[in-house]
Design a protein around this ligand. Structure first.
Ligand code: ADP
Length: 454
């Protein structure tokens, strides 16, 4: 309303770039499935399909307190998780924002220091005579797992860039840092955050088959029959199944052929610390959506179609638009779009915006968010339909992350889109559930399982 024909034409162009037909999504799902099969057969493919060494499920009847460290892209959490024996958990946790220094240099010493603080403040630090505390470590970066408590870092993602870690065992790196502090803590389980999310969902729901993160980055894990993991050369576990960490954020990274790259995505990719990597993640997750929107905004500004052609120091700076600002605009239904005005005028430091400016900003936020949710359904559908043997039973998908929890309509668009690709009789058995802070809880549960492993 009130937009000039030129502005309308530019929005139409953006809509063409960002809105994906079901037909297009169907093609991407097919390719996703092909990449899954490829990753199950051979190491080092685009979808890494990494065996997690987690072969069991919690029963939900276990009791006791267990500890975990959850290293995400934005925060580090140390947790004490108490299982009530009826599928319920209570957690006591402390959150430490990752400092720039930790992200680029001192990560493992920083983590050890936070564990020390957590234990010290609760009077839990073991003395020389006491046994070491066992902890699970959730580590949400691609790791080639070599046992339940060891694995080498494949590469950094999500803005972390600590030198000297790629190719090394991350548990060893942390264990050494704990040793330097003289802290009696033993890391007994290394789990990816998606594996943790799945395990935490499984403690309260035996139908849990898949865990997903839509947060700073995106990734998923699911239970696969070991007979389907052609590349697995280890022993066949008694359960016959193993959780696989898909590392699905890398989908389409090698050839950039299937995802709907726009010039705005390519600009982001080129300037990222990992160009040509994590292509799927860059279109879906919280770390990137604000930056895609910023590129779109500047494209319009430079054509004098937005903000009267004005920018600001803030708007010119990479990563200056947090994805939560997009959420705020999408939610904004006030007559004068006052929340959106706040974002433009206060956060982006542009003095005065017109109603049309605000409408366009909101339209961009909707387009970027909707594309993210629809592309997210691709991975969900490809993975669930891979387990055709389960599709006529109840299936629970545990999901965590700020995008899923907070981006308006993300959850409904995701499940609505998925429903277009799964027969109704099967779709109604699928439950999507928020597994809040599941990654840390799941690491504690895996630490418990590791203590009683077969
Ligand atoms: P992590 O994945 O690091 O464990 P989160 O799940 O909290 O942590 O995700 C953090 C990411 O979510 C950040 O990239 C941030 O920009 C984004 N984010 C934070 N708040 C919101 C929101 N309200 N809506 C959408 N994205 C958000």
């Amino acid at each position: 309303v009130g937009a000039t024909p030129e502005q309308q034409a530019a929005i139409d162009t953006l809509a063409k770039q960002f809105l994906l037909s079901d037909e297009r999504l169907g093609e991407i799902i097919k390719e996703f499935r092909r990449r899954m099969e490829e990753g199950l057969a051979t190491d080092g493919k685009v979808l890494k399909m990494i065996p997690s060494y987690v072969t069991r499920r919690p029963l939900g009847t276990e009791t006791g307190s267990y500890f975990a460290i959850d290293l995400g892209g934005t925060n580090l959490r140390v947790l004490k998780v108490t299982l009530d024996g009826h599928g319920g958990v209570t957690t006591e946790h402390q959150k430490f924002p990752l400092t720039e220094e930790a992200k680029n240099r001192t990560l493992f010493d920083f983590v050890a220091q936070c564990v020390d603080t957590f234990l010290d403040e609760r009077d839990l630090r073991p003395s020389g005579q006491q046994p070491a505390i066992s902890m699970g470590l959730t580590f949400s970066y691609p790791v080639q797992q070599t046992s339940i408590n060891s694995g080498t870092l494949v590469q950094w993602t999500k803005g972390l860039n600590v030198p000297g870690c790629v190719g090394r065992d991350v548990v060893r790196l942390l264990q050494d840092a704990l040793l330097r502090l003289g802290l009696r803590v033993k890391i007994v389980a290394l789990v990816n955050d998606t594996v943790g999310t799945l395990l935490s969902a499984a403690y309260s729901d035996p139908a849990a088959q898949m865990g997903i993160i839509f947060g700073t980055g995106t990734n998923a894990a699911y239970y696969e029959n070991v007979t389907n993991i052609a590349k697995w050369k280890g022993p066949n576990p008694s359960s016959g199944e193993m959780v696989l960490n898909m590392e699905w954020g890398a989908f389409d990274s090698d050839d950039f052929a299937f995802l709907p790259f726009t010039p705005h995505d390519i600009k982001l990719d080129r300037k990222s610390i990992n160009p040509r990597k994590q292509a799927y993640e860059k279109m879906i997750s919280g770390m990137y959506l604000g930056e895609i929107a910023r590129n779109v905004i500047l494209w319009l500004v430079d054509q004098r179609m937005l903000l009267d052609g004005r920018s600001s120091e803030v708007l010119n700076a990479m990563w200056s638009i947090d994805t939560s600002y997009l959420s705020a605009a999408v939610t904004d239904t006030s007559p004068d779009l006052s929340e959106t005005r706040q974002v433009i005028e206060k956060t982006m430091d542009i003095c005065n915006s017109t109603h049309v400016d605000r409408q366009i900003f909101k339209a961009i936020a909707i387009l970027v968010g909707e594309r993210s949710a629809r592309l997210s359904a691709v991975g969900v559908v490809a993975t669930l339909t891979k387990r055709a043997d389960l599709m006529n039973k109840p299936i629970t998908v545990g999901i965590d992350g700020s995008m899923y929890e907070n981006y308006p309509s993300f959850d409904t668009i995701l499940s609505e889109t998925a429903s277009h690709f799964i027969p109704q009789s099967q779709f109604r058995n699928i439950k999507f559930t928020l597994a809040k802070d599941g990654s840390g809880v799941g690491a504690a549960i895996t630490a418990m399982l590791a203590a009683t492993d077969d």
